[in-house]
Design a binder for this molecule. Structure first.
Ligand SMILES: [Zn+2]
Length: 437
């Protein structure tokens, strides 16, 4: 999973002799590299375009598109040259970007060209034209991060030998401004190689006259040896209980009881009522400013709900993932968001299960746990013991009783047991082929 964090930078660039380079001069060099980046991208796209035209003509003549090996041969090694390296060879001596950054830059232009090609052919857009304020593309191997006396330092290698000689600079060193704790955590994890650094961008902000690093990083799911991919934790996001999760055949279960939400809901609703009441009866200076102003405090409550939800969902998802790890589950199975909109209770309807699901997925991936979504159908009506599906299996919202085998359990637990079965959605389709009884 790839993420990006934007980091403001303070120049600490030194020349080859160890003298500070003035900020204005650093900017001039980087601007020149931006200009070169623009040229490289534009030329790369032009090559792509010519290549595309050549391929089409070749196709007209011979009834098939040319293969690399048919016309571009590196004679010295007898290896076919793909367009990529052809372009790279043409450009490498003209610019100061080192080989890694040059190929990152051209690859990006290729990718964009390919993306737009269909539209270009249809005439819906013209050939790409890159402007001067190009981000500087940094290959992941050209970025270093380190912490030094509580400060975070980043270093980039941009230049090839000719560039280094011309500017008398080897690397570009910057101090990173750490604006909050979460940024600090990300940087620490990158330094500890818990997160992997990916190809990133250096961007100039004209307004702030400052350079920013859009640092891409990924948590390459480190497989935890004790997690078994075949051990599935079934997660039911439900009505009576916000979360109920279990491993098939295991009586032990993870539940989040709705008490905290219920309590919060009550306090919010009574507050809403009393504020609306006050607003109407007036007398507190909000009168005379229209209904929206008068009801404003009630709207601020929406923020409060959103904050509560965010905090609660973080807490719940963290606890759930801890449970999955404790149980050694390498897979979490959940239903694709189901009929929450059918829910009659407006508070539950607004409770974003989507948000909860996203947080679960995110945290699962951090631990190397695979997340599988299944189609939501009949998991609450199906008996997890005998497979009997019947809408009357459900005694009440909270209790399940199988009409076939008499299995009696908490309804959310029974649903989570079903969800914990591999390919349960396909099994249910098989089981219901003759129609639900
Ligand atoms: Zn049964």
């Amino acid at each position: 999973m790839n993420k990006v964090v934007k980091l403001a930078l303070i120049s600490k660039v030194k020349d080859k002799d160890g003298n500070d380079v003035k900020y204005g001069d650093v900017c001039k060099i980087l601007w020149e590299l931006q200009r070169q980046t623009r040229e490289i991208k534009n030329k790369a796209v032009q090559f792509c375009w010519e290549w595309n035209g050549f391929s089409s003509e070749y196709n007209n003549l011979f009834g098939e598109y040319p293969k690399d090996k048919d016309y571009l041969k590196n004679k010295s090694e007898g290896k076919p040259i793909v367009l990529r390296s052809f372009v790279y060879d043409r450009l490498k001596s003209d610019y100061y970007l080192n080989s890694s950054n040059l190929s990152t830059t051209t690859s990006l232009a290729f990718k964009e060209f390919k993306q737009y090609l269909t539209d270009i052919r249809k005439g819906e857009r013209s050939v790409l034209n890159y402007k001067n304020n190009q981000p500087l593309e940094l290959h992941n191997e050209c970025i270093w991060l380190e912490s030094n006396n509580g400060k975070f330092i980043t270093r980039f290698s941009f230049l090839n030998k000719a560039g280094k000689d011309f500017y008398s600079i080897d690397n570009f060193t910057f101090e990173v401004i750490v604006k909050d704790n979460s940024t600090k955590t990300i940087l620490e994890r990158c330094i500890d190689s818990i997160y992997g650094i990916r190809a990133s961008k250096l961007i100039y902000n004209q307004k702030k006259k400052q350079w920013f690093l859009n640092l891409s990083y990924s948590f390459e799911a480190k497989e935890i040896a004790t997690l078994d991919k075949d051990k599935i934790l079934g997660v039911d996001l439900g009505i009576a209980l916000p979360i109920c999760a279990s491993v098939y055949g295991d009586l032990d279960r993870f539940t989040i009881k709705g008490g905290e939400i219920e309590h919060f809901r009550k306090s919010i609703e009574s507050r809403k009522r009393s504020l609306l009441q006050q607003g109407k009866v007036c007398g507190d200076g909000r009168i005379g400013h229209g209904i929206h102003t008068r009801n404003k405090p009630a709207y601020n409550i929406e923020d409060k709900i959103a904050r509560f939800r965010d905090t609660a969902n973080h807490k719940y998802s963290r606890a759930l993932i801890d449970y999955a790890v404790r149980k050694g589950c390498g897979t979490i199975q959940m239903e694709m968001l189901k009929g929450i909109t059918e829910e009659k209770d407006p508070f539950l309807k607004n409770w974003t299960y989507f948000d909860l699901q996203q947080k679960i997925e995110y945290k699962a991936k951090e631990k190397g746990i695979k997340v599988v979504y299944i189609a939501p159908k009949y998991t609450s009506r199906r008996c997890s013991k005998c497979g009997h599906i019947d809408k009357d299996n459900r005694l009440t919202q909270a209790n399940f009783l199988c009409l076939n085998c008499g299995y009696k359990e908490n309804a959310d637990y029974n649903a989570s047991q079903n969800i914990a079965i591999k390919d349960i959605d396909k099994i249910i389709i098989e089981e219901t082929k003759g129609g639900e009884s």
